[in-house]
Every structure is written in C-alpha cells, then in structure tokens.
Design a protein around this ligand. Structure first.
Ligand code: ADP
Length: 431
C-alpha cells in the first residue's frame, strides 16, 4: 500500500509542478497520462499473474515492487500447501500399507450393502475387483445363505464362518462392525487351514479312540469267557498270552499318542542344539544289536562328527523308529544296512535299508498317514500302532528335513532322511 501511495503522491506532485511551470491543461493531461500508464501496467501484471497461475506456477516472471511481494507470498503459500499435501499423502500411504499388511481383509459397505471401499487382501479373498465392483451389493459376491442371514440379522460384533467359498473351497471368517451412522466394516479372514486342523484333530481323536477300543474289546471278550465259561488250562494260557499282546498294543498306542502331543507342544527351535548325530547313531547301533539278538545281519556305516542343529531326543526317536521297523518287518537272517553320511551337496543323510518283504507302490504315499498300516492284522500282532512313520515324518518336517521312501515287494525297503545343508555343521569336532 505504501508504494501505491508513493506513486499517487508522485503523480499528483509532478502534475501540480507541470501546471505551475506550463499550464493547468498540460498538468491535467500529464496526470491522466501517468494514471493511464499505471492502470495499463497493473492490468498487464494481473493478466500475467492469471497466466502464471493457470500454467501451474512455472518459473516466476521478473517483477518489482508490490508485484514481486505478491508472487513471493503466493509461492510461500503454495510451498506450505504442497508440504501439507505431501505429509497427508505419506500418512495415507502408510495407512494403506498397514491395511495391506494385515491378515484380515477389510470392506466398507453402506446401509444398502453396497461396497464403498475394499482392501487388496479382501479383493483376493472374495474375488472382488475394486474398480469393477465398486458400488455393487456384497451379497452378489458372497452368495451364501448363512452370510445373508448374518448380514440381515444385525447381530453385529459376532463372527461367522462361511465354508466352501469360491472355487478353491476357502473357509472365511467374517465380522461386521458398525461404523458411522450408515456404514459397516466387514472384516474377513482366511481360516481354511485352521478349519482343516480342527477337522484333522477331531478325526484323530475318533481314530485313536477306535484304535484303543479294538484291543479293549478283545480283552473284555476273553475276560467274559474266562469268568462265565469253563475253560481248559491250555485255553486259559492262550487267552492270557493274547491279552498280554493286546495290553502291549494299548501301551504302545498310548506311548505314541503321548509322543505326538509332546511334539505338538514343543517348538523344535526351543530344544534345538548342536548335536553330534554320528555319536547318537553309534549308540543306536549298540541298542539294535542288543534288541535284535543276531536275528539279522545288521551293518552300520557311520561317518564321524556330523553335527546337526536339532532336538536330539526327537531325532533319536525318529531314527530308532526306522531301525526298529526294519528289524520287525525283515525275516530272520535278512540284511539291514544303516548309514549316516554327508553328501557332496553338504546334505546329511540317514538311511535304513532292508531286504525284507517290501511294500507295494500304492501304499507308499499313505505310509506317513496316522494309523495307516499295510497289513493291519500283522501290524497289530507285532504291537504296531500305525503311528510310527507319521511320528517320523512329523519330526523330520519339524527339522526342515525330508523323508523319502523307496520299496519294492519281495526285494526290500529304503527309508532315507535328507537334512538340508543349513542344519549341518561338520566344523565342530568332538574334543
Ligand atoms: P506300525 O506301527 O504298524 O509299524 P508304521 O507307521 O511304523 O506303523 O508303519 C506303517 C506300515 O508300514 C506298517 O504297518 C508296515 O506295514 C509298513 N512298514 C514300515 N516299515 C517297513 C519295513 N521296513 N518293511 C516293510 N514294511 C514296513
């Protein structure tokens, strides 16, 4: 304002001076001329400012005085606005990344159940496309009566599991949360694995009960016969022997079930330590010779000082299971070879080979299933629970290792455990 006042003072004074020196008319004409020039200059600057604003504030035009101050003030405001926009944008991006990282998918729907917003995770779970399906009804995408009932019942804050959704038969858990006066948040989570585990657990309990019931029924039957009927001494002895076999089977079953539950409780990393597995296999060679009592030709081939980061107790149990199976299933006089070595690829390998009866190809993939037996009657006779190989497989997987079974009927079987190079360490020698 000061500069405008100065200019107007200058125009007035120069007009008065010219009027005094020449005539009043010339003074007035000079005054009008100077004012016109000033108005033209201001209009030109205004047009330049508009142009500059339209052209997204590219380089500042060269200006002086008041106009220079106007440009620098606008620049200052623009920079402030830009940094606020950037900060807001960064916050929005961080929020978007956080919602994307969440296991839960999030949808926002309005009172008419139309989709207003959806996170990429929910898009994946429900096969919805943000752009295409924006504004569509959620019930068109989740076509399951139980979900429709849940949505319309208004039982908000409760959860519902919808199974067999989409082509890949996913199970999703939904939770509705009221949000604003006319919107709802729909949280969805993939619970397919969890449901599968629950079903497996129920099946496992049912199978375990059935397995325990079989020997109990046999024992009960014999006990009833002995108490209610006249039985010869020889017959009684036979029954007692049979009852002992069934009791042994039940004990083995309970031992294996306890081992399973122990495995589930303990994370392998909790018990992991550097173990000289070569020494452990050496101990197992002594144990197998004691148990086998020269019924088979057992040969051990053990490479010294192979260390593994593992749970020693679990690994011992897995190795012994394979050796014991070879002893049990191979006929008297058969040959069993046990090897513990390191390959060129730095893998540690435990191998049990026998020339026993072998296993037909169609059984191989199922051998590690719980309670799977090739010949149920023969396995039970020997106190077999059908859990041995599933325990071995569980332990092997917990150690990041891999169990391979090769077998041919009437030729023999080979059970091999491969430990990846990361878990082995031969640099640590025994003192
Ligand atoms: P089990 O307690 O019945 O031995 P496993 O899980 O250890 O249960 O073994 C499953 C089945 O695999 C056994 O019933 C048996 O038929 C077969 N099997 C295991 N090891 C051998 C082997 N070395 N030779 C032949 N068959 C075997």
């Amino acid at each position: 304002m000061g500069k405008v006042f100065n200019f107007l003072t200058f125009v007035s004074l120069s007009s008065v001076l010219i009027s005094l020196l020449s005539s009043l008319e010339i003074g007035l004409i000079t005054c009008i001329l100077l004012l016109s020039l000033w108005i033209i200059y201001q209009s030109f600057q205004q047009v330049r400012l508009l142009q500059w604003l339209k052209n997204s504030y590219k380089t500042n035009p060269v200006t002086h005085g008041t106009w220079a101050s106007i440009y620098s003030s606008i620049n200052f405001l623009l920079r402030k606005n830009e940094s606020q926009k950037n900060r807001l944008n960064n916050k929005l991006m961080a929020f978007k990344r956080a919602t994307e990282a969440m296991e839960d998918g999030i949808l926002i729907i309005d009172n008419d159940n139309q989709i207003i917003a959806i996170t990429p995770r929910a898009e994946g779970y429900l096969g919805i496309n943000q752009k295409q399906d924006f504004g569509s009804n959620i019930l068109n995408h989740i076509r399951h009566p139980s979900f429709a009932e849940y949505l319309l019942s208004g039982s908000l804050n409760e959860t519902i599991i919808v199974e067999d959704l989409s082509l890949d038969k996913k199970a999703l858990e939904f939770k509705l949360i009221p949000f604003d006066s006319n919107q709802k948040i729909v949280l969805c989570r993939d619970v397919t694995k969890l449901r599968k585990l629950e079903i497996e657990k129920k099946d496992f309990v049912a199978s375990a009960s059935h397995e325990l019931k079989t020997p109990l029924t046999v024992i009960n039957g014999y006990l009833e016969t002995v108490t209610e009927m006249d039985v010869s001494k020889a017959e009684k002895k036979r029954m007692l022997v049979e009852m002992t076999v069934q009791t042994k089977l039940m004990t083995n079953l309970i031992d294996d079930l306890l081992l399973f539950s122990k495995l589930e409780k303990v994370k392998p990393s909790n018990d992991a330590e550097q173990v000289n597995v070569s020494l452990m296999v050496n101990e197992l060679s002594e144990l197998s010779n004691k148990i086998d009592k020269n019924n088979h030709l057992i040969k051990f081939d053990i490479e010294k000082n192979i260390f593994i980061t593992c749970c020693g107790e679990q690994l011992r149990s897995a190795f012994w299971n394979l050796i014991n199976n070879a002893i049990i299933y191979t006929k008297k006089g058969g040959k069993i070879t046990i090897r513990w070595l390191k390959t060129k690829e730095d893998e540690a390998v435990f191998e049990v080979r026998d020339d026993g009866p072998g296993i037909e190809a169609h059984h191989i993939d199922k051998l590690t299933d719980r309670f799977y037996r090739v010949d149920s009657a023969r396995s039970r006779e020997r106190g077999g629970t059908g859990l041995g190989l599933s325990i071995v497989n569980e332990i092997v997987q917990r150690h990041g290792a891999f169990l391979k079974i090769e077998s041919q009927p009437n030729v023999g079987s080979k059970f091999i455990i491969f430990f990846p190079s990361l878990t082995t360490d031969v640099s640590k020698k025994v003192k």
